[in-house]
Write a protein that binds this ligand. Structure first.
Ligand code: AMP
Ligand code: MN
Ligand code: MN
Ligand code: MN
Length: 300
């Protein structure tokens, strides 16, 4: 029996709270056998994660979660099994990190105008890696008593129409998928249920994604409901996309999401991790069944 791999997680290299090493150690303790580290717009955690994975005897899939602007919205594209040495990928991410710096400064200025001075320095102090994201601002504002938890801070300060909101201006879908593909990886649409797209917009996104070489879609995700699993299992089948699974783990302070607890994919999905050559996984998957199989529901 094989546990469902966890192909979407974060460390302190982006906005997670565990170091890459501690993330891998916790994953191993939770019985995870295959894990992808997919920090936002950076590969900086991968070396440490790889060393820890080797020490713990679990398999690390090198990954990244790239911020994209598509149709006026922010969409996240996960790259799996990427070569961290890829010049094209590294150059692309460098541009995104530079944009993150500009955006962080602008968020800081807007929050200062709204009565929260020092937010940029505060967020920077909480960021252990090379990037400052909204999560770091949110943690700072919670510490300052601006709102009771991360969710509330996002809702009142950091989303559209709120004082600290800055409309994202990330890379294009084509570029993100291109960098991932150039790095030998597989591009996957992250947590598709989160974008609030109509069916027709979702179809456009998937078609544009496939047209530039995208391969997969997250069916099972920490931010999906059980209904979403079946909805996106159907999309994956109908649109010929491989299915992925990932917790989107950011650390133990979110008690709702734990490593090693992903259910199996609904029937009828083609798991991305069973594709020949994926991340050098030379397992024989025949006869393996997921650790927590979906009931007898099929997506047909
Ligand atoms: P950024 O890429 O800097 O704009 O930050 C996006 C990150 O913020 C996501 O990856 C989540 O970790 C976090 N996030 C977004 N919305 C929320 C929310 N409503 N509550 C808590 N965290 C959130
Ligand atoms: Mn995040
Ligand atoms: Mn995301
Ligand atoms: Mn994520």
């Amino acid at each position: 029996m094989m546990k469902t791999p966890d192909l979407h997680t974060h460390s302190t290299a982006s906005d997670g709270t565990l170091t890459p090493r501690d993330l891998i150690t916790r994953a191993a303790a939770q019985g995870v056998e295959v894990i992808a580290l997919t920090d936002h717009d950076t590969l900086a955690g991968l070396d440490e994660a790889a060393a820890a994975a080797q020490a713990q005897g679990i398999q690390l899939v090198p990954g990244v979660e790239i911020s994209v602007t598509w149709g006026g919205r922010t969409v996240h594209i996960v790259g799996l099994d990427v070569d961290p040495a890829s010049v094209e990928l590294r150059q692309g991410l460098r541009g995104l990190l530079a944009y993150r710096e500009e955006r962080a400064a602008e968020i800081g200025r807007r929050l200062a105008r709204a009565g929260w001075p020092g937010a940029l320095d505060g967020a920077r102090a909480l960021a252990e890696g090379e990037l400052v994201g909204r999560t770091h601002f949110a943690r700072f504002l919670v510490q300052q008593g601006a709102a009771k938890d991360l969710r509330a801070v996002f809702k009142h300060f950091l989303v559209k129409g709120k004082p600290g909101h800055v409309a994202g201006c990330w890379t294009t879908l084509e570029e993100a998928v291109g960098w991932i593909t150039a790095a030998g990886g597989q591009a996957v649409i992250a947590h598709p249920a989160r974008y609030g797209l109509t069916r027709s917009k979702m179809k456009h996104l998937i078609e544009a994604f496939r047209a530039c070489g995208g391969r997969g879609i997250e069916v099972v995700s920490g931010s999906h409901s059980r209904d979403d699993y079946f909805t996106f299992a159907r999309w994956s089948r109908e649109q010929g996309l491989l299915a992925s699974a990932g917790s989107d783990y950011h650390g133990p302070d979110n008690p709702w999401i734990e490593l090693g607890r992903l259910p199996g994919l609904p029937e009828g999905c083609r798991p991305i991790w069973e594709q020949p050559g994926f991340a050098g996984l030379d397992r024989d998957w025949s006869g393996s069944s997921p650790q927590a199989p979906m009931l007898n529901q099929s997506v047909a």
